[in-house]
Ligand binder design. Sequence first.
Ligand code: APR
Length: 320
Amino acid sequence: MARTKIALIGAGMIGGTLAHLAAKKEMGDIVLFDIAEGMPQGKALDLSQCGPIEGFDAKITGTNDYADIAGADVVIVTAGVPRKPGMSRDDLLGINLKVMKAVGEGIKNNCPDAFVICITNPLDAMVWALREFSGLPHNKVVGMAGVLDSARFATFLAWEFGVSVRDVNAFVLGGHGDTMVPVLSYSTINGIPVKDMAKIKGVSESRLDEIVDRTRKGGGEIVGLLGNGSAYYAPATSAIAMAEAYLGDQKRILPCASYVEGKYGLDGLYVGVPTMIGAGGTEDVIEIELSDEERGNLKVSTDAVEELLEACKGLDESLA
Ligand code: APR
């Protein structure tokens, strides 16, 4: 049987981390694609030389030619420009939209049966545009944001309560931006609602609000600290969890930027929702009950995503 092939479009900080994780987990053979000449080849060589030490046999190659991603089973897209300090995700729109066009065409022409995970920001707009440009079915193109945002939320909750991160189930909905909706009512410490745990531990509501706010701005906090680039370890590991769910037909329920038509009152939009991932790609979107306040917050977030889509349509008439 042929080995699984994983194509990573963009061999920068996230791309390199993805390649290392995928190789360590023996997920398959890995192709690192980038427009920068020599860089993906150099990273592939460096990563290949981890093999004898770490004990993996994955074949890792670097390329500047889309033909080399032919037949890929999974494609993870990080190509584009990351945020610089003071730059919002939305500032990236114009630059990264052009990148999505090139990447979408590369996927359409070489691996139209792949499961495609987009990480490039502004995420909810870029995954929508990538789907449009590639022409793949909606269930085969998904955005990585919610797994990361939920992990950030879980980390902060675990620190606050002094408990293991393994026992925190934190829930985030909506767009991947400052309007994202961390949902406390569905977040638990091993089944104990966070609000109940807060009462037990004497954590005030205003402190929980601070944690929600820090989660919303979690990416920006890291951008500010790094000074040159954006987060890459946690984004990479989040996308790998999604790829594993697809390749292993795991039927995991993960928060992903999925195409939503009908549910949540939405009409054909990519936005963060609980999604079942299995061999069929995004197999189902789970519509949960929300309070009026949560529904209102989700509306603010989806309105922000819709505005970005309008801006994309203005920038590229093939999207209108
Ligand atoms: N095709 C392929 N690769 C491209 C293209 C393109 N048209 N344009 C840029 N790239 C490559 C760059 O050469 C670079 O190597 O994309 C890579 C991006 O890597 P980094 O700059 O290191 O960015 P990274 O931290 O990996 O983040 C990538 O994820 O979180 C988001 O906002 C972030 O959009 C950014 C993306």
